[in-house]
Design a protein around this ligand. Structure first.
Ligand code: ADP
Length: 498
């Protein structure tokens, strides 16, 4: 493995000595409690920023501001004005994209090279939603009493949206919540993840610069159990759009019961990636490896259960392990780094715990399987890209979401058998199929129970194409028209005409 070390990072201009504040009603304010918390750079373990610790009181202030904004100047924005606003915001984010990617690299370790690749998912998404702002429409519906009644639907903004986002893609997650809210005329209170607050706060500044009216976008930093829980339970929030773990998703469902608020939940997974012996292995090897190693495996749809057809099992898993060993692991801010650190010491414990568990369960490590501590890596939370062979379906490393760069490679013998085993999980987010046989690809695409099936690719995404889960991976879709619909209410109007 090549290890990138000693990469010096200058102080980012956004990181002043002053603690970062909350953004409520167009103002930068301290948390009501006056408390702050410290964040760390996971590549170096160094203290990074002091962040305001918002709690229920701040959530209340932000929700009130968002509610007021719904009947303020924002209500008068015409669709083309919301479109222009989104395009201005997209331009600003485009201009500052490298800076935002640099903030994510510092905050949660995402390699800056990978961050830059995300432009379409961030800027493209905003431009897509700008287009949607002028494409919203209800329907005229033919009823059975045409001479007497005329009936049609109106689409109206659902209202105040509570957006709760995770740390593994803070820039993308923030934009995927703010974009559809602005397109539809909603207002947002966004709760950033405590591990990665910087890019959401910088986005709040850019919203201000783009001319988003006060109260339309509010950003609160703070802990999940306090600020997040208060937002999920708030009786004046109309919808919660959540991305995170299924355990927190379950808490959010319970918390939402008070006012039966609408929910969309993008949760975790244990996605199957299935390689048939007839696949183009030169493409499948890097594809299957990066389906898990990208972002150090901290991706909800990572293809962590790697099913490989028996005749190629040994060769293929060895090649994936060799690919993993050649990846450059290092400081997220180093432009040559391919694999950054895990986000935190807690996440490091969790992932190394699963690596030890895999060995105890009898899996055979082909590569990695441990923390990396050579040179500067010792200061950060690095683990080696790992491939476990001889994994069986019942092992915990084949069942539980690890959220680290760990592949559990499992052999299979035929298509029906692998389909049934691939589906034997409570989750259903992503899935991959590698084959040259078009018929097989179609049959697999229909039989896998997951929100996305990627054939001869993994993690392909586009603003116009929906993404989301089956089963315990959640409900609702991000991307595409359905995403926009989830921020709208349908009102039916009946007019008596006789
Ligand atoms: P992860 O395990 O990836 O950190 P979480 O689901 O714990 O995922 O966190 C995702 C987001 O949910 C974060 O913003 C976190 O602060 C928030 N969160 C955590 N617990 C709760 C909760 N009980 N209610 C609402 N939000 C929460």
């Amino acid at each position: 493995m090549t290890i990138a070390v000693s990469y010096g990072v200058g102080r980012h201009p956004f990181l002043t000595e002053q603690a970062k504040r909350l953004f409520i009603d167009g103002q930068w304010v301290e948390a009501a409690s006056g408390k702050t918390f410290q964040t760390f750079n996971p590549s170096t373990g160094e203290a990074l920023a002091m962040i305001a610790e918002g709690d229920g009181v701040d959530i209340d202030r932000a929700v009130s501001a968002a509610r007021r904004a719904l009947s303020g100047p924002w209500a008068k924005f015409k669709p083309f004005e919301r479109q222009n606003l989104l395009l201005r915001l997209a331009d600003l984010i485009d201009t500052h994209f490298d800076e935002l990617a640099a903030l994510d690299a510092l905050d949660m370790g995402a390699p800056i090279s990978r961050g830059r690749e995300g432009r379409l998912r961030v800027v493209g998404m905003l431009r897509y939603y700008a287009g949607q702002a002028t494409a919203l429409h209800g329907e005229t519906i033919e009823n059975s009493l045409p001479g007497q009644f005329f009936s049609f639907t109106l689409k109206e903004p659902i209202g105040v949206v509570g957006a709760i986002i995770p740390w593994n893609g803070p820039l993308k997650s923030a934009i995927w919540k703010i974009g559809p809210a602005l397109a539809t005329g909603c207002t947002v209170v966004l709760k950033a993840a405590e591990e990665a607050c910087l890019s959401p706060l910088r986005i709040a500044e850019l919203c201000q610069e783009a001319g988003v009216p006060p109260g339309v976008v509010n950003v609160i930093t703070g802990y999940g159990e306090t600020a997040g829980a208060a937002l999920a339970a708030h009786l004046d929030v109309d919808k919660v759009a959540f991305t995170g773990s299924h355990l927190t998703g379950q808490k959010i469902i319970q918390a939402s019961a008070g006012n039966l608020k609408r929910l969309s939940l993008e949760l975790g997974g244990k996605s199957p990636d299935i390689v048939f012996a007839d696949a183009d292995l030169d493409k499948a090897v890097p594809g299957a490896a990066m389906a898990v190693f990208a972002n150090s495996g901290q991706v909800c749809s990572a293809g962590t259960r790697l099913f490989v057809e028996q005749p190629i099992y040994e060769e293929f898993t060895q090649r994936v392990a060799t690919f993993g060993k050649a990846l450059r692991v290092g400081n997220g801010s180093d432009p040559t780094t391919q694999i950054g650190p895990l986000v935190s010491a807690e996440q490091l414990d969790r992932v190394t715990g699963y690596m030890a568990l895999g060995r105890r369960e009898g899996a055979r490590p082909l590569s990695g399987g441990e923390r990396l501590t050579q040179g500067d890596l010792a200061r950060g939370y690095f683990v080696a890209p790992t491939v476990f062979a001889d994994v069986t379906d019942g092992m915990r490393i084949a069942q539980e979401e690890i959220f680290g760069p760990v592949i559990s490679a499992i052999p299979f013998t035929d298509m029906d058998e692998v389909t049934q085993r691939a589906n034997a999980t409570p989750f259903g987010l992503g899935s991959g199929v590698w084959t040259r046989d078009v018929g097989k690809a179609h049959r697999m695409a229909r039989s896998i129970r997951a929100g996305s099936v990627w054939v001869n690719c993994y993690q392909a995404m586009d603003p116009a194409v929906p993404f989301g889960g089956y089963k315990m991976s959640g409900y609702g879709r991000e991307g595409g028209k359905q995403h926009v619909e989830e921020f709208l209410n349908v009102k039916t109007v009946w007019i008596r005409t006789d």
